[in-house]
Design a protein around this ligand. Structure first.
Ligand code: PEP
Length: 255
């Protein structure tokens, strides 16, 4: 085990599962996901499913995360969800900066920065996503690109403890494509992310911040990523929708 950081496996359901399906998946996860194996487990359902999922996992070790948040506290922001609304359903985590939000909804580093600050102030841990396109990787600019996303997204962000922030490195070309980065690719960027976190937050805090890999992670390949020094878990899309696969990943993370 390369570090003393608690491994984290987070499931990003994306825009899948209506309320009945969310309840069914949450029930299956409570039954199948191993508890007490030293791995922290988070599921991030769509906003409409947060309340019912929260209820279903209430007596389990599985924690709740959201997929998005708006930084204002309340008011005329049709369609948005505030930090206090997330708190009211016991969400402890929230994904921000996912490449799908950056690409399809034109979110910027400045938006992610405001979201990160609002979440941390509210006591919700951002799972801050970053990652490069295939074009950027082929140009050999992936490390510079990702570390620039980290610097911009976390500018002026202050934390007092390492568990107030999680980073997820998700190369865009590996998301939902079945194409995974190699474990060495993941380590190269996750290591550079940690070095950047040291510059921003100092050695002590940065050494405790979890850095996850995401991008077609599944039971068959997760162990390779987790064996790397700076990979502390996974953000899982497709495989988080199948209770058996997600449970198997949590099990492998505990080995
Ligand atoms: C994601 O989008 O966060 C993700 C990792 O998706 P997938 O596992 O399906 O590639």
């Amino acid at each position: 085990m390369p570090s003393s950081r608690t491994r984290l496996i987070a499931g990003n359901w994306k825009m899948n599962n209506d309320v009945p399906a969310a309840k069914e998946l949450a029930e299956a996860l409570v039954e199948k996901v191993p508890a007490g194996n030293g791995v922290e487990v988070v599921i991030c359902p769509p906003t409409i499913d947060l309340a019912c999922t929260s209820h279903k996992i209430a007596d389990s070790a599985i924690k709740l995360g959201a997929q998005n948040v708006y930084w204002e506290e309340k008011g005329a922001y049709t369609g948005e969800t505030s930090c206090s609304m997330l708190k009211s359903v016991n969400a402890e985590y929230c994904i921000i900066g996912h490449s799908e939000r950056r690409d399809y909804f034109k979110e910027t580093d400045a938006d992610e920065n405001k979201k990160a600050k609002a979440l941390i102030a509210a006591g919700i841990t951002p799972i801050f996503c970053c990652g490069e396109s295939l074009e950027t990787r082929e140009a050999g600019e992936h490390v510079a690109f990702v570390t620039a996303q980290i610097r911009a997204g976390l500018e002026g962000v202050a934390i007092e403890s390492a568990d107030q922030l999680v980073i997820a490195y998700e190369p865009i070309w590996a998301i939902g494509t079945g194409k995974t980065a190699t474990a060495a690719d993941a380590q190269e960027v996750c290591g550079a992310i940690r070095a950047t976190l040291v510059e921003i937050f100092g050695e002590e805090l940065a050494s405790g911040i979890r850095v996850l890999y995401g991008g077609s992670a599944k039971p068959e390949n997760i162990a390779g990523f987790l064996a790397e020094e700076d990979v502390d878990g996974a953000l899982v899309g497709g495989a988080s929708l199948k209770a058996d696969d997600f449970a198997a990943m949590v099990e492998k993370a505990g080995e």
